[in-house]
Every structure is written in C-alpha cells, then in structure tokens.
Design a protein around this ligand. Structure first.
Ligand SMILES: NC(=O)c1ccc[n+]([C@@H]2O[C@H](COP(=O)([O-])OP(=O)(O)OC[C@H]3O[C@@H](n4cnc5c(N)ncnc54)[C@H](OP(=O)(O)O)[C@@H]3O)[C@@H](O)[C@H]2O)c1
Length: 218
C-alpha cells in the first residue's frame, strides 16, 4: 500500500460506495456522507474498520482528498452545505456529469451545460482554492475499480489545473488498473464530460453497459 490517506466522499450513491470500497481495499481511510446517514448503515456494517460515515461537512473536513460523488445538478449545493473552506488546497476528484432533468432522446443524454462550458469549470471558478480533477465520469461504476477487459487496460481521461492533484489521482487510477491520460487544464472538461453521453448510448439503445474507452496509439 502507498501512504495511508483520509478520503472524504461527498455522496452516498453507487459511485460513492464503489470508489469508497476500492480505496478501503488499498488500505485508505474513507468517510462516505449523506444528508441522511441512515442510508449508509448497511455499507458501514459490511465494511471494515477504516470505513466511516458522516455528514457532508464531516466528510469534507475529514478528507485529505475529497471525492465529489453527487448528482451534477446538486454539486454546488452539496459543496455549499459541506463548507467550501474544507475544499481549499485539497485534491477534489470530480466524477460528476451535468445531466439535466430532461430524458434521453434516442439514447442521447441531455446536459445543462453548453458546448463551450463544463460543470467542472463552473465549480473551479466558484471555488478557486480547490484542486478539482475530472476522473471516473466516463465509465459506469461497475468498471471504476479493477476494470477487466480482454483488450487490456482501458483509458481514463483526466484534467485539472493542479499538477500535484493530478499526480495524486493518477496514483489511485494506477492502483485501480487504469491507463491515465492527462488532457490538460480544467477547460478539457468540455471534452471529457460529454464522453459520458457517448458511453451511455449503447446502454439506453441496446442495454449494453459493459464497455470502457481506450485510446489507440500508432
Ligand atoms: N452511477 C454511475 O455509474 C456513474 C458513472 C460515472 C459518473 N457518474 C456521476 O457520478 C455522480 C454520482 O453518481 P451516483 O450514481 O453515485 O449518484 P447520484 O444518484 O447521481 O447522486 C447521489 C448523491 O447526490 C446527492 N444529492 C442529490 N440531490 C442533492 C441535493 N439537492 N443537495 C445535496 N446533495 C444531493 C445525494 O445526497 P444524499 O445522500 O443526501 O441523498 C447522493 O449522495 C453523478 O454526478 C453521476 O453523473 C455516475
């Protein structure tokens, strides 16, 4: 195991649990969180001693690293209720996608952001002291940790303004079995967030959810 870290996860859904379990398996301490922590009793019971449960504020305060595992529409509200000051100077892993309330059309999700913006840019501008890193948004939660594909390691596209934060996230992605591809600054979230739309199309059209992206190189 690498140096044990404290990871505060804002969220109680599938992504929070899957990434939380993956990090626990690496030996890290993990606090999941919710506005209603009774949702997490079963998770805590099944997990080992390094698994903790708290409010959004407690998780944000606890984490050396924070994972923002909430609905994209609620991202700002969740950070506000957690306390933006706890995000300052920390690596914030951002798997969120700006999925709107509108239903998919012919399998194509609708985003509340336009083509020349992204949710992570909005968050980075609003919380400039936090070091957001886009990651894990372009694959289903079933494949986020230890993805196994016959073609080899799938690619995870990441971006963010802070190189140390990206190195920290890359270490986690390496440990989970990903090929990490750094796409540069936060603006690259304009390209990475829509990968979720593409990823979901075979699912909505043909119930195929068992794939991941890989960048081929000559
Ligand atoms: N599911 C996947 O396979 C997958 C894959 C890639 C990326 N993502 C992205 O990862 C994020 C998490 O996805 P998910 O499927 O695990 O869960 P989700 O259903 O998108 O979000 C659940 C979390 O959002 C919080 N939330 C909802 N409304 C809120 C509000 N008004 N204020 C504060 N918090 C609120 C909930 O808090 P409470 O616990 O308090 O209810 C809960 O913890 C999403 O942005 C999603 O697009 C998901």
């Amino acid at each position: 195991m690498t140096h044990q870290k404290k990871v505060g996860v804002i969220g109680s859904g599938q992504v929070a649990k899957v990434l939380g379990n993956g990090l626990l398996a690496l030996g890290h301490r993990v606090m999941l969180s919710s506005r209603d922590i009774t949702k997490l009793s079963e998770w805590k019971e099944k997990s080992k001693e390094n698994a903790l449960v708290g409010s959004f504020k407690e998780a944000a305060e606890f984490g050396d690293i924070i994972i923002l595992a909430v609905s994209g529409r609620a991202a700002t509200e969740a950070i506000e209720s957690a306390g933006p000051q706890y995000f300052n100077g920390k690596t914030v892993i951002d798997p969120t996608n700006p999925i709107s309330e509108n239903p998919p059309v012919h399998g194509v999700l609708s985003y509340f952001t336009g083509p020349d913006e992204s949710l992570m840019e909005i968050l980075q501008a609003r919380y400039p002291e936090a070091n957001f890193v886009k990651a894990f948004n372009s694959v289903g939660n079933a494949y986020m940790v230890n993805p196994s594909f016959k073609e080899g390691k799938p690619s995870m596209f990441i971006c963010g303004n802070n190189d140390d934060a990206k190195a920290e996230v890359t270490e986690i992605l390496d440990a989970f079995g990903w090929e990490t591809l750094d796409m540069g600054k936060v603006i690259a979230a304009r390209a990475i967030e829509p990968l979720c739309i593409l990823w979901c199309i075979p699912g909505f059209l043909r119930s195929e959810w068992n794939h991941a992206f890989k960048l081929m190189k000559a």
